[in-house]
Design a protein around this ligand. Structure first.
Ligand code: TNX
Length: 506
């Protein structure tokens, strides 16, 4: 039997025969990993998969061992007619072994309900697998459209099935604030809802005009973090500042540059010129928000945005000008560097680091910030040349809100066209810049959601292209696209079983 794994493992040697999962199959694994096996294999197989009394025939034995060459996420998996064994240096590695085991089973294992009559065969094979990149991410924009928390969990499930390990949750933007903050309840009471009449001004061709709202409670997000962690997925929250803040300013006008003016949450797409002011009080509010954010999200990196921050209001603001003089800056645009530094300092007190979008490269960012290069491949290169750790996220190859083709049948997209081959062909580590001074942590896909209002459309945009990006991140660059296409044709059956509304292959 040929097994079509996505992403492709580093080494796979098919063996003869197969192991069959039955009602007698038992598990010997660390508790959290055993729970994951039952969560992933239980619903479709209906098998109890109890803890094994002792290792031996008929057992799935997953073991953490001193195997430093497998690194923090690698694993070795062996399937023989007698049983399944996997070893990894960490539990994280074992979790990826479980995802591989799931793909070795019939595609029906991806279903949510028992599949009657199926035989749960696992093809015999020897696999050794280590990811190429430590950061394999996907951004989900829940600010423009707030998707139900259950859908976010499902998004995480599907990420994990492709061995992606980082969900970048874009929680705030001009058009909506989705993170409950105990100290500032209006951020969600007001900032989480937009109506047609709440805009400060109209821009008819980009107006969405549909009332919309919603947010996540801290308890919901805490549960989401735990759910993702069981799958080996960490969540990096983004508090996008000092631009993209109109929803917050609508909730608390004193955060803006015209406190006497009542803005609404923005109801059309594009970039608001209404940005945070540079007062001590506003700085303090954002620090308070970060304090609550880090309580919920344990991941060591917090993304503080920094993209697309118009400075028209700052040009005319006495507070901004005074701050520029006080700090001896060359212009108001450099205030963004000050914001980043202040946020970084505050987060350092919580043992955290910042990540920012690549605009900060020209706006005075400190060297230990992780840069997300989004404005093109050359921005990834610029961040590397400047010595940063970089997550490669160029819109040209990784923006899944762009259409897959220029056919008029594609759902309306914001701009651009990114066919799956282009995603697959992306090279995060450019020749000559691989060995420093900066370092590519990995790659990330972006699912911005202006024109992606429903969960169904999120899946249509995301799959199968996210599978291609996942393979770039896990298996490394330079994979053979024809081989990927062959495996993808089989992989689609798994997405079908999971009920994913993917875009059909061309
Ligand atoms: C640019 S990427 C943005 C987002 C939009 C996206 C649409 C980035 C840091 N900013 O606010 O949603 O383009 O493709």
């Amino acid at each position: 039997m040929i097994v079509m794994l996505v992403p492709s493992p580093r080494a796979l040697t098919p063996q003869t025969g197969h192991f069959v999962l039955t009602a007698d199959t038992a598990l010997a694994a660390p508790a959290g990993v055993a729970d994951l096996v039952r969560e992933l294999l239980g619903p479709a197989t209906g098998l109890p998969l109890p803890d094994a009394a002792a290792p031996g025939p008929g057992v799935i034995a997953l073991t953490v061992a001193d195997e430093p060459t497998l690194g923090p996420e690698g694993y070795r998996l062996s399937v023989t007619p007698e049983g399944v064994t996997a070893v990894a240096h960490t539990e994280a590695g074992l979790r990826w072994a479980v995802q591989t085991l799931r793909q070795l089973l019939p595609a029906a294992v991806f279903g949510a309900a028992p599949a009657p009559g199926a035989e749960w065969r696992v093809a015999a094979a020897e696999i050794e697998d280590v990811p190429a990149y430590a950061w394999r991410g996907a951004l989900l924009d829940v600010a423009r459209w707030c998707h139900p928390i259950g859908f976010v969990r499902r998004f995480v499930d599907l990420m994990a099935a492709h061995k992606l390990n980082t969900l970048h949750l874009h929680l705030t933007d001009d058009q909506g604030w989705r993170f409950q903050v105990r100290k500032y309840p209006r951020l969600t009471e007001v900032g989480a809802y937009r109506t047609e009449s709440s805009a400060g001004h109209a821009n008819e061709d980009r107006r969405d005009g549909v009332p919309h709202g919603g947010f996540y409670t801290q308890d919901e997000l805490r549960d989401l973090v735990a759910y993702a962690a069981r799958r080996g997925v960490r969540i990096m929250p983004e508090l996008d500042l000092p631009g993209h803040m109109q929803a917050a300013i609508a909730a608390y006008p004193e955060l803006g540059n015209h406190p006497d003016r009542q803005l609404g949450v923005m109801t059309y797409w594009g970039i608001s010129e209404h940005v945070l002011n540079n007062s001590d009080a506003t700085l303090g509010v954002m620090k308070d928000v970060l304090d609550e954010l880090v309580e919920i999200f344990p991941f060591e990196i917090v993304h503080i945005g920094g993209d697309e921050c118009p400075t028209v209001e700052w040009q005319e603001s006495e507070v901004a000008q005074a701050r520029v003089r006080e700090l001896g800056l060359t212009g108001v645009d450099q205030l963004q560097g000050w914001w980043a530094a202040e946020m970084a300092k505050h987060l350092a007190g919580h043992g955290r680091r910042i990540a920012v979008w690549d605009e900060l490269l020209e706006r005075g960012v400190q060297s230990d910030a992780v840069i997300f290069g989004w404005q093109g491949e050359e921005r990834v290169h610029a961040a590397l040349a400047a010595g940063h750790e970089v997550v490669a996220a160029p819109h040209t190859h990784t923006y899944l809100d762009y259409a897959e083709s220029d056919s008029p049948d594609e759902p309306l997209a914001i701009r651009g066209t990114t066919p799956i081959e282009k995603v697959y062909g992306y090279r995060p580590t450019p020749d000559g810049l691989a060995d420093g001074p900066g370092r590519v942590l990995g790659v990330q896909a972006q699912v911005w959601s202006e024109y992606v209002p429903t969960p169904e459309l999120v899946e249509y945009r995301t799959y199968p292209r996210l599978a291609a990006l996942a393979e770039v991140g896990w298996s490394g660059e330079g994979g053979d696209v024809a081989d990927f296409r062959t495996r993808l044709a089989e992989h689609i059956a798994r997405l079908d079983a999971a009920g994913v509304n993917y875009r059909p292959l061309d």
